[in-house]
Ligand binder design. Structure first.
Ligand code: S3P
Length: 449
């Protein structure tokens, strides 16, 4: 699961109009949570539409290693027979989370208040990412962590034998940290309180409520205050995972920049804590509409329709919106390169600790392809070339980051010359059907070598 042995170089050629229906896979964030919460209740949770990308498959395997039974039907329905809150078994093997920050951080939280010890590792990208942001609050429950210097994986967590509930203000806008604390709070007696100053994706709160936990969310002066009552008996659920807005972003943005395109992306989760990109694109002048708005499995959902938009202009993205589109800045920068004027992105320091340093990775690749970029610690500005005016022609490094890879493949579709990647293999972590899906719409992506 860790680090792909063989890189897959790819090249994306300028293509004709993209058209048709893009059925993107299930939401990655919701998929991880469905497996973990399913493993934490007694009885069978049934999951339809689970993302079968490498990140989520690693979480499925981890849940087996902690004692849950996780199976897949031939039709793609998943079944989790859980062990109950506090019922994790001690894994007999190292937990390899591959490339998945969400997987490792949420699982660490879930096991940290159980009397077991587990060792976690991942690929070169995950092993370089900061874990203290999670292990610091987990220590308050009584868990102990021993990792490499700088709080990096591989890392062993010794779960608290007698966990105590905590009150914790999350110091960075991170749904992973918030969720790790809430999952740890499940097996602590009494009330665990998590406060976030900026709202981040709330799938954990919604799903905990769905599984029957007592959880309250209050908007207070200090921020969003989430109160969870520990040691609930969770009830197994039937979950339909909506399609991932972060994956939908790629065919949507490609359609906006490739002349003549008209693409429908059905059934996209439009939880307001995730939909910031689409709002931003509309403000830039994108021809993007929501059709058939509805609710599915406790999450708002709609069909997106994106049409070629040659008159987009750069905007200053409100920093307050950053958390609701944090994974979408790379593909937004590709749209920005095809707009006129500057697109200014501030308050985005978190981009530097994702699967790669995403400001650095995008700035380097965009510059190599003839786009002017300015950047600082927590901001960057993309200077638009205008519709169809990106020169392209360069090979970029993807740094084991799926969203960097897919963003540059989209750049190539609308550039004057093809854009190549040193390694497209990471795409399989979140969007394993990206190549056939984009080819079906009319893209021209080829594997090289
Ligand atoms: C995620 C939270 C975000 C996001 C990641 C998925 C989640 O990370 O970037 O892709 O599912 O909770 P942070 O919590 O570090 O911001």
């Amino acid at each position: 699961m860790s680090a792909h042995a063989t890189p897959i170089p790819m090249i994306s050629h300028p293509c004709g109009a993209l058209s048709g229906q893009a059925e993107v896979p299930g939401d990655k964030s919701i998929s991880h949570r469905a497996l973990i919460l399913g493993a934490l209740c007694v009885g069978e949770t049934v999951i339809a539409g689970l993302l079968e990308g490498e990140d989520v498959l690693a979480t499925a395997q981890a849940m087996r290693d902690f004692g849950a039974e996780v199976t897949r039907d031939k039709d793609g329905t998943w079944h989790v027979n859980g062990v109950g809150v506090g019922g994790f078994a001690e894994p007999a093997t190292v937990i390899d989370c591959g490339n998945a920050g969400t997987g490792v951080r949420l699982i660490m939280g879930a096991m940290a208040t159980q009397p077991i010890t587990a060792t976690f590792t991942g690929d070169a990208s995950l092993n370089s990412r900061p874990m203290a942001r999670v292990t610091d609050p987990l220590a308050l429950f009584g868990a102990r962590a021993l990792g490499r210097s700088g709080g990096r994986l591989p890392m062993t967590i010794e779960g608290a034998r007698a966990p105590v509930p905590v009150r914790y203000t999350v110091p960075v806008p991170s749904a992973q940290v918030k969720s790790a604390v809430l999952l740890a709070g499940l097996n602590a007696p009494g009330e665990t309180v998590v406060i976030e100053k900026e709202a981040t994706r709330d799938h954990t709160e919604r799903m905990l409520a769905g599984f029957g936990a007592e959880i309250a969310v209050d908007d207070a002066e200090e921020g969003r205050v989430i109160t969870l009552k520990g040691r609930p008996e969770l009830a197994p659920q039937t979950i339909a995972v909506p399609r991932d807005p972060s994956s939908a972003a790629f065919p949507v943005c490609a359609a906006l920049i490739v002349p003549g395109s008209d693409v429908r992306v059905p059934g996209i989760g439009l939880n307001p804590t995730r939909a910031g990109l689409f709002e931003t694109l509309r403000e830039m002048g994108a021809d993007l509409s929501y059709e058939n708005q509805r609710e599915e499995g406790g999450e708002p959902v709609a069909d997106l329709r994106a049409r070629y938009s040659p008159d987009m202009t750069g905007i200053e993205v409100p920093p307050a919106r950053a958390a609701s589109m944090i994974d979408e800045y790379p593909i937004l920068s590709v749209v920005a390169a095809n707009a006129t004027g500057d697109t200014v992105m501030r308050g985005v320091k978190e981009l530097r600790v994702k699967e790669s340093d995403r400001i650095e990775a995008m700035a380097r690749g965009l510059r190599a392809n003839g786009v002017e970029v300015e950047d600082g610690e927590d901001w960057w500005i993309v200077k638009g070339c205008g519709a169809g005016q990106v020169p392209g022609g360069a090979t970029v490094e993807t740094f084991l980051d799926h969203r960097i890879a897919m963003s540059f493949l989209c750049l190539g579709m609308a550039a004057k010359s093809p854009v190549a990647l040193d390694d497209g293999a990471p795409v399989a972590t979140s969007f394993p059907i990206f190549e056939p899906l984009m080819a079906g719409l009319g893209a021209d992506i080829r594997r090289q070598g």
